[in-house]
Write a protein that binds this ligand. Structure first.
Ligand SMILES: [Zn+2]
Length: 293
């Protein structure tokens, strides 16, 4: 199906192109598997985190540990959600809240266990709160000769808990956002093809409108980028290879910004996200890409 002029257009006036959305379908076994995997994952991470903050003396490193702890807990929930075939964002957010709170609780249980030289594990939340009250009188750590006590240490503990909770929810809620599930085959769509990088567009709205109208030649009009640059357009195709009945298109503009500390920041603008196309458009875009890679 060689097309020397580029990608085919298929303008759909009567029925606009749809975008994939999670169906929201839920079943009991998925909820149970997610609960089980989430519990195991959160327990392991909470233990690692408690020991890390117990033995790392630098406050800045502790804060980084806190952010990563919450975020990784969220990713575990997301991953578990993928394994248990959850395609309902509300459920993942609720699980993010539950496991975020669970992570805070378990990290306190383990941290106190270590603080009291592994004498006993205290699971009763009321007892934990009483110990916290006791610890807040004298303070438990110092930085630059400052020892937070009383109200200030409660603020620190509260901020720590909020960081864990928010990063867990964020990790859980974003993990499956761009994944596609084929309801017909009861499976995640894994077959992906990424085109060579195309030139950057300074008019993303126009490109979005053209693609949504079915003017897919707007993609080939951008042409393959040569030489490579920090600004480009990325095009990704995906399909369900089980039923060959679900085809999707994703287009983003990417800006790679080199920061002063040497890190690269990736700025993405969505042109179209998981737009549902048909096999003819899919093959036309893929063939065009393959001929140019
Ligand atoms: Zn399928």
């Amino acid at each position: 199906m060689h097309n020397p002029f580029g990608i085919i257009n298929k303008i759909n006036i009567t029925k606009p192109y749809q975008h994939y959305k999670h169906s929201g379908t839920l079943n009991l076994s998925s909820i149970f598997i997610l609960l089980l995997l989430g519990t195991i994952g959160t327990l392991i991470l909470s233990i690692i985190y408690s020991y890390a903050i117990h033995y790392i003396p630098l406050i800045a490193l502790n804060v980084i540990c806190t952010v990563f702890f919450g975020y990784f807990t969220g990713l575990i929930i997301g991953h578990s959600g993928k394994i248990s075939k959850i395609r309902n964002n509300t459920v993942l957010i609720i699980y993010g809240i539950i496991f975020g709170l669970f992570a805070v609780y378990i990290s306190w249980v383990v941290w106190l266990y270590e603080l009291f030289q592994r004498q006993e594990l205290i699971f009763n939340p009321v007892a934990i709160l009483n110990i916290m009250q006791f610890l807040s009188i004298e303070g438990i750590w110092s930085t630059n000769s400052y020892t937070p006590t009383g109200f200030s240490i409660y603020v620190i503990w509260f901020v720590e808990a909020v960081i864990i909770l928010c990063t867990t929810i964020y990790g859980a809620a974003t993990f499956l956002k761009t994944n596609v599930f084929c309801e017909k085959c009861n499976a995640w769509v894994e077959n992906k093809y990424i085109l060579p990088n195309l030139n950057y567009t300074y008019n993303p709205t126009k490109l979005t409108n053209l693609i949504q109208q079915g003017q897919f030649s707007a993609i080939s009009d951008l042409r393959v980028q040569e030489p490579a640059s920090n600004l480009y357009t990325s095009v990704e195709l995906s399909k369900c290879s089980k039923c060959n009945d679900l085809y999707l298109l994703k287009v983003n503009t990417i800006k790679l910004i080199l920061k002063s500390n040497g890190n690269v920041k990736r700025d993405e603008t969505i042109i179209v996200e998981n737009m549902i196309i048909d096999s003819e458009i899919y093959n036309s875009i893929k063939t065009w890409g393959e001929e140019r890679s």
